[in-house]
Design a protein around this ligand. Structure first.
Ligand code: 5AD
Ligand code: SF4
Length: 479
């Protein structure tokens, strides 16, 4: 049963809008003292869900009078939206906090806030309270919608404000959002995860799975399209189980069917899929759609049945291979990408061989390879057979080589084709080129004018440079 209610959403959003007005008064006062508009910097660590949350934070910050800047050095208010999926993300936050402390010493009015997944861990909060006392505000993943209210509390108090909830049944999505890109946007369709893969901390820090009402999702996308968006990325930890807990249950494939009908929307992407829940219905909807992009991110994690079982992934190597085959047979032009973990407790070089075998057989277009990170509180952290660093690195290097070989081979297959690209931005290295994204997520660089940004144009893929193409705009289309 869903506990979601859009009436609650409206009431809570109205309340937060009142807090935004109050916060704006404090920001105005600061502007008077500084003799300029105060500046804010939001840094995002981690996944697309966090990136979307940061857009919400920025929406509120700009509304109350802050001006966004890229660098912490230039900011009067710095917010770190953190990730805790792997320990190296945590370490980066601690490292940068030291730097923020030195900035704040030269700028006493400076405020520092921390939020996101890392803040849902008690040990992190203890450490910040004792060793990083200069932080002004800490909140978590469940009460991010209360940001405006928390800002007012922060402005009215001198001591550190800590507000972490263990869970929530609220979904508040009617607040201002400051989008990074005018032409594309993430859209949350669900929150949390119920899968409890044994290595993963997400279910503990993001809570139980909750799906948004499909009507709200469609309404949000319609508003985005009215505002110039042509591509949406539907976001959830496991989009394939979307809708199961709604009052009127519906499948992810059905949701896609509804989103597809939105006039003016040109492209639909989604992330992330769990192989165990990927239905034939979804493959069929994708196959028949000309809006759903030809890209599926399908985390494998391991190719060894023994490790998959210990990971609680609930599929076997053979099942994954069969699924990949089925998808590729239905859509030969689809790009498959994946996530793989090396060094899970008990993993041997023979297990890595199994994973490499899957990489070679599936021919992934790209794979994100991670070294296993022990997360306190997860079942895997207590498992015996933690793998030595040396063995992990040996396996990681072998896997990376296999991944790069197949990705290169896959990329080269597009040579000479003419495919539609969404023109996204000016090329970072060469301002005479624009960077576009193909339906299968590959990037192509080509001469064009920045006025083309946000348009979808046919591009001839002339030269493959390993993982991307250079090409030129053309009026012709293939086939
Ligand atoms: N260690 C290493 N990688 C992890 N991931 C999740 N948890 C861990 C962990 N403890 C990886 C998985 C997941 C991706 C988002 O992060 O591959 O798909
Ligand atoms: Fe973590 Fe598994 Fe949920 Fe993905 S599906 S967020 S890996 S528990």
């Amino acid at each position: 049963m869903t506990r979601y209610s859009s009436t609650n959403d409206t009431a809570e959003s109205d309340l937060q809008k009142e807090y935004m007005e109050k916060a704006a008064v404090y920001v105005d006062r600061l502007a008077d003292t500084l003799g300029r508009r105060p500046q804010c910097c939001v840094k995002t660590f981690g996944c697309q869900m966090n990136a979307r949350d940061s857009e919400k934070l920025m929406g509120i910050l700009t509304q109350i009078g802050y001006q966004p800047v890229d660098k912490e050095e230039d900011a009067d208010f710095v917010i770190y939206n953190t990730c805790t999926v792997r320990d190296n993300a945590n370490q980066r936050v601690y490292g940068r906090l030291g730097f923020l402390n030195s900035l704040k010493k030269g700028k006493p009015h400076m405020k520092i806030a921390l939020c996101g997944c890392m803040m849902q861990e008690e040990s992190v909060i203890d450490k910040i309270r004792t060793s990083y006392r200069f932080v002004d505000l800490i909140f978590g993943t469940h009460n991010i919608f209360k940001f405006a209210q928390l800002l007012v509390t922060m402005f009215e108090n001198r001591e550190m404000i800590v507000d972490i909830w263990q869970e929530t049944d609220q979904i508040v999505e009617q607040l201002p959002v400051s989008r990074k890109y005018p032409y594309k946007s993430g859209v949350n369709i669900m929150f949390g995860c119920d899968n409890f893969c044994s290595y993963c901390i997400v279910p503990y820090v993001r809570g139980r799975e909750r799906s948004r009402d499909p009507k709200e999702i469609v309404r949000e996308i319609e508003a985005l399209v009215d505002d110039g968006v042509v591509e949406v990325m539907l976001l959830g930890q496991n989009v394939n189980s979307y809708g199961r807990n709604l009052d009127a249950p519906m499948s992810f494939a059905q949701l896609l069917g509804e989103v597809e009908q939105i006039d003016g929307l040109r492209r639909i992407r989604f992330m992330t899929s769990h192989p165990k829940d990927l239905s034939d219905e979804l493959i069929d909807v994708m196959k028949r759609s000309d809006k759903i992009c030809r890209h599926l991110h399908l985390p494998l994690q391991s190719g060894s049945d023994r490790i998959l079982q210990a990971m609680n992934r609930r599929y076997t190597k053979a099942q994954y291979l069969a699924l990949a085959d089925k998808i590729k047979n239905a859509m030969p032009d689809i790009a498959l990408t994946t996530d793989i973990i090396v060094g899970f407790p008990g993993e041997t070089p023979a297990d890595v061989d199994e994973t490499i075998d899957v990489v070679r057989r599936v021919q992934f277009d790209n794979a994100f390879t991670f070294i296993y990170s022990r997360r306190t509180g997860t079942p895997a952290a207590a498992m015996s057979g933690q793998v030595s660093e040396e063995v992990v690195h040996e396996g990681f290097d072998r896997l990376l080589k296999a991944v790069q070989d197949t990705a290169k081979e896959r990329a080269s297959l597009l040579q000479g084709q003419i495919l539609d690209a969404l023109v996204e931005e000016v090329n970072e290295q060469d301002a005479s080129l624009m960077t576009g994204r193909l339906s299968n997520n590959m990037l192509v660089h080509f001469p064009a004018d920045p006025s083309m940004i946000g348009r979808i144009v046919p591009i001839s893929l002339d030269i493959c440079h390993g993982f991307y193409y250079t090409g030129h705009m053309t009026t012709q289309k293939d086939g």
